[in-house]
Each structure stands twice: as C-alpha cells, then as structure tokens.
Design a protein around this ligand. Structure first.
Ligand code: 7RM
Length: 637
C-alpha cells in the first residue's frame, strides 16, 4: 500500500498547506481519488454553515468496508489487520489478517441481514474491546446500517436514552467484559435498559466471559449460533451495500452543555477520506508499522484511529482489551515490547497515572521499536509531555499532540511526526485543509499572533459533523449559531508568535475527566434524581491525574445522619444514571447556592472555590446573598 497523499518532507507540507487553502476542492478531490469509489462524485463540496448543510463528494458512491477490507485482499490478505491483546496477559492473543477480517465481517453482515437489519437501520453496539466489536462495526457499514457504539462504562439508563433517541431496534453485545480485575456484566446492563425499550427486536450476544446471562426467547440470540446458521447457508459472500457519500455511517453520542447527550452523525465518504488522510500523515504510518491506539472503540478516537483510519490505510491496528495498570503499571510497555509497537497513541490521563509509578515498570521493557508517540483527549501538561518524550520515546520519537473532537471526526490540529516541529503543550498547526480562527466573544475574528480567543473553524473539512441525530436544529444551535459563519468548537485557545495553537480547555459547561467529555448539566440532573437532593451545582477543578475532577455542591434535605453515607448514595445515583465515569470526586453539602437576583447559579464563583481560589472570587456584586459564599468557602473539601 502506498499513500500518494502522504506528506514526506517539510517542503511537501508547505505545498499541501498552500494548495489546501487556495484550492480546497482540488486538494481534497486529489486525496479522495486514491480511494475505491463505485461512482465518482459529481461535486467535491457544497456547503452552507448557516443551516448547516455540508456535502462532500456528493453523487459519489462507495462502501467504506471495501476500502478497509476488499481492496487490500490482493496485496495485504495475509498481513495482520488487527492484533488483539487480551485483558489477561496469560490468555492467548489473536492475529486477524485482512483476509480473516474480511471473512468475519462478511459473515456477521449476513447475520445482521438474516435478522432483518436493513440499510439505514440503527444498530447499537455495546461490547468490550474484543475483535468482534470491530467486526460488528464493519458489518453494519457493510450493509449500510448505522452503528451507534456505546462505551461499556455507560449505565442502563444512558443506554436506554440513546436507544430511544436513535430508535435503534437492534443490539449487539457481549455476555460480559473484562477490564483489569473487574468483570462487567454487559448483557445484564442491556437487559435493564430494555425494560424501557420495548421496540428493540433483536439482541445478539457474543460469548466472552461466560458470566450467566438471561436470554429472552424470540429476542436474544447467541452470536456463535447465528454465525453457524450463515455458515450452513453456504453463500459466504455479502456484497457491500453501495452507499452515497453523504449517507450516514454512524452515530456517536457525546456530551454538550445541556443535560442530554447529542448523537453526532458522520457520513461515509468524507469521514473515510479524512480519517485515512490524517492517520497516514500525522503518525507518518509506514507499511508494516504496528499502530497501538489505547482508546476504547466506544469513543471517537477508537472509531477513527483503531478501526476506520488504520484499516483504510491497510495498517496493522493493535487492539487492547485491558487497562494500563493491570496486572501492573508496566502493561502498556509490556504490550509495546511484545508486539514491537511502532506508534503509540494514548491519553494524558494514562501517562500521568503511569508516571506516578516511577520508571521501574518502564525500564524492564524494550521500547526500542517505538517511532512515534501521540496524545489525545485533553491538554497535555508539559511535565507529562516531557516524561513521555524522555522515558518512553528516549528523546528519539516525535510526540504528536493531536487536538480534535467527536464532531470533527479526525485530527484537526497537530504536528506531523518528524515533518513539522513539536512544542510541548501545543497542538501546534492545523492539518492541511483545516482553517482555524480565534474569535472574541462578539464573534469577531482575532487576527495576529500572541492572542487568545474562542476556537472556531471557518471552512468545512471532509469529516465535519453533518447533523445531530433526529434534531438538525440542535446541531445548528450548538455548533453554528454562537458565532455565525463559523463552526464553534467549545474550546478556548491561544496562538503563539509562530502561529502555533495551544488549546486551553472548554469555555462551555463541559468537563473533561480523564479525557472523557461530561456535561455539568448531565451530572446535576443525575444528582438531582437522588431522593434527598434539593438542588445541585457541578463544576470542574484541576485534578493531578484525571485532568479535571468533578466537584458537586449539593443542597440536601436531611442533613442529619451520616454525611459520608449520603455522599456514597449520591455517587451511586450518578453511576446508575450515567455511569461510573461521571461519579463526583467531591461532594460538598451546602445550605444554599450562590445565585444572582434573577436566580442564576454563579458557577464562576463555585469554580473558583472548587479550584481552591478562595481569596479572589472576582465580581460578586450581582450576588443575591453574599453570606452564601462565605458559608461555602468555610465548608470547602
Ligand atoms: C478526540 C476527543 C473533545 C474535547 C475537545 C478538547 C479536548 C481533545 C485535545 C484536547 C487539548 C488536545 N474527542 N481535547 N484533544 N484538548 N489538547 N490534544 O477527545 O469529543 O471526546 O473531546 O477534548 O476540549 O473539545 S472528544
């Protein structure tokens, strides 16, 4: 596999940057030409950010799985597509070649068809990090069904909300999942969700942990039995459904500033082109390299840089079922050593957590295969950046700090490994075809360097969000109306003297906890479900490992009784309603919340208090009752 669009020198980078701004359509048409299209597009780009209405490669026809699988069979059939490392290092790993993967995807696509899944139907996938998760994703794409992967850490209630929003009638899950020393009963969580979702017709269950499950007659089916059925049917093929470039490929739910997660919709053509382009260029993937992205496929990073980007590029993608700290804090380095990993793409929170174990677990492994290190999910602090660079990369591996979002589909701002310079704590420069701008609160573009502002993008790129599922107006309001004419990211940003971008964090009510996006309103809603809670306000505060921690101020009805038990009850409620990832780190009981005369909670003040900044609270003149603040300050945890 060669990549005609791979940038190999700083000069080629210059050329690409210029061409992509002067002639974006010509630029992307050229990139797109090296993919497999059943019919070439009629027009490269039609767009209007106001409605918004964005079409890339309109009239083009393709199937992304033919690009990920079929077109590689000739040259890469026997090459590993997925290497799977199980949670338990004692269990056998698996190597799945492109031929194997093609076969499995075709088989499972036929299983879906046998169960009456049709093009455009929504299929919810709630599985652990097993190869069959990638198979299920690709099988949906094969037949044109829209997958909605839900991270295995979400609760039954979160699943039910997402099933309802997408009206998903089909589910693919596992009996259970292994994560470190824990076993998660996935099917049982699904069963709880389905009490509220009677419209679900079929649940296909893969065996992984053999934890006991309840299988409901007529609804629940074993993956293995369904595969046997298609095997006896004889026809091993499943021709790829020919999709329009703009047909939806998947929905992925993500948190915003409201209480309800949004179903971000990505389309087939543009997403394919952009994830592959960014994968090959940012990581400088070379044929034969082993790419290890430590994310879960339940997040966008896993969609784009474990499954679609690498597979479209004919790469070898390493999929890891476990966690960085089990059975010990050397697990990542063990995996790197075992498979001679060349590219390691991980998150600052994982790095910070591993840093705290010292160099013992690092130095007992051979990391000399590493060529490129990558970071994603949240700002990487300079200390973590240096640690990664020195102790993991031994000063020889470029570190790419990749800024992007669920909504952007692929990496937007990042250095390119070995091609453009890095700068610790800076994502640095936009990729070719990406046009970032900083705007002030009035929506006016801030020109020049050494400036800060709200990060917007002023021109479409192929994998931009197309809509929020079932509610296009919400997409417009969320991303395209704050600063008319621009896509607004929700992030604050600084641009240095050389034009490098440094993302400073969210400017809306979205938290980033261990690289996971969580809306403060979502957590508040969950806390308020608890019977004893009258009102709550949630803010983020700096956390050494998680990046941000969740701080909840709660007005509680019965202040008698054990406060710690009440805290645990509230925490349990949040885990039930959202999932364990949203459990508050701190819960402070208060008798009042700081409000303006019009009744709005002054989060700015709470944020300051949670950060430990109790002296300088800024302007408090609009406060209804200043005494409230004093009380909260005195009770700070
Ligand atoms: C890929 C992903 C998106 C939010 C985004 C930022 C933050 C992500 C970086 C970063 C600083 C980075 N998608 N973010 N990457 N901040 N530097 N390199 O994380 O939708 O889950 O989150 O994450 O705030 O808006 S996401």
């Amino acid at each position: 596999m060669s990549y005609p669009f791979q940038i190999k020198t700083p000069e080629e980078h210059q050329v690409a940057m210029q061409k992509s701004t002067n002639d974006p359509e010509g630029f992307w048409a050229e990139v797109a030409s090296s993919f497999l299209w059943r019919k070439r597009w009629d027009s490269v780009l039609d767009w209007n950010f106001n409605t918004p209405d964005i079409k890339w490669f309109a009239g083009g026809k393709l199937n992304i799985t033919e690009n990920c699988l079929d077109r590689h069979l000739g040259s890469l059939g026997n090459k590993p597509a997925i290497i799977w490392e199980p949670n338990d290092p004692e269990e056998h790993h698996r190597v799945i070649t492109y031929r194997d993967l093609h076969h499995k995807v075709v088989q499972f696509a036929n299983v879906l068809k046998n169960n009456n899944v049709k093009k455009g139907d929504r299929v919810c996938i709630y599985m652990g990090m097993v190869p069959e998760l990638a198979v299920a994703v690709l099988a949906c794409a094969r037949i044109g069904a829209i997958h909605s992967v839900i991270f295995g850490g979400f609760s039954a209630q979160s699943i039910a909300d997402r099933l309802q929003d997408a009206q998903a009638e089909f589910i693919v899950t596992c009996d259970g999942a292994y994560r470190g020393n824990k076993e998660i009963p996935l099917k049982s969580v699904i069963d709880d969700a389905l009490v509220q979702c009677r419209f679900v017709k079929k649940v296909i269950v893969l065996t992984r942990t053999r934890i006991p499950v309840s299988m409901i007659k007529g609804r629940d089916l074993w993956w293995e039995d369904e595969i046997k059925k298609v095997e006896t049917m004889g026809n091993p093929d499943c021709p790829a459904e020919i999709m329009d470039a703009e047909d939806p490929l998947f929905i992925l739910y993500t948190s915003g500033s409201t209480g309800k997660p949004k179903g971000v919709v990505h389309s087939c053509g543009g997403y394919m082109v952009y994830t592959t382009y960014s994968f090959v260029n940012v990581f400088q993937y070379k044929p034969g390299d082993i790419h290890f992205c430590t994310a879960d496929v339940g997040w966008i990073t896993g969609h784009s840089y474990i499954v679609y980007g690498p597979l479209c590029a004919g790469a070898t993608s390493l999929m890891f079922e476990g966690i960085p700290t089990w059975p010990d804090a050397g697990r990542f380095w063990d995996v790197v050593d075992k498979y001679k990993v060349n590219i390691l793409y991980t998150a600052p929170t994982a790095i910070r957590s591993l840093m705290s174990y010292g160099l013992g677990p690092v130095n007992t492994h051979d990391l000399s295969s590493l060529k490129v290190l990558g970071s994603v999910g949240e700002p990487i602090n300079e200390e973590a950046w240096q640690w990664l660079n020195e102790n993991i990369g031994k000063g020889k591996c470029p570190v790419v700090d990749t800024w992007w979002q669920t909504e952007t589909g692929g990496i937007m701002i990042s250095n390119m490994a070995g091609i453009t310079p890095s700068k610790p704590s800076y994502a640095t420069l936009p990729l070719p075809g990406v046009q970032p701008v900083l705007v002030d609160d009035a929506g006016k573009e801030i020109e020049g360097n050494n400036v800060s502002g709200n990060l917007c993008i002023k021109f479409p790129w192929p994998s931009i969000i197309r809509t929020t599922y079932g509610d296009h107006e919400r997409c417009r309001l969320n991303y395209f109306s704050t600063y008319p004419g621009y896509y607004f990211t929700g992030d604050g940003c600084y641009r240095d003297e050389a034009g490098n971008y440094r993302i400073t964090g969210r400017v809306d009510d979205v938290l980033n906890v261990s690289g996971h996006r969580i809306g403060t309103a979502e957590v508040e809603n969950a806390i308020n479900m608890h019977a004893g809670v009258i009102e709550s306000a949630v803010v983020g505060y700096p956390h050494d490992i998680k990046g941000q921690g969740i701080y909840a101020f709660v007005i509680y009805s019965s202040t008698h009784g054990d406060e710690n038990l009440s805290r645990q009850d509230i925490s349990q409620t949040v885990a039930r309603i959202i999932g364990a990832i949203a459990r508050p780190d701190k819960i402070q009981f208060v008798s009042n919340l700081p409000k303006t005369r019009s009744g709005k909670i002054m989060r700015r003040i709470l944020r300051k208090i949670a950060e430990g900044e109790v002296e300088n609270l800024g302007d408090t003149s609009t406060l209804l009752d200043p005494n409230v603040v004093e009380e909260i300050k005195n009770g700070k945890l």
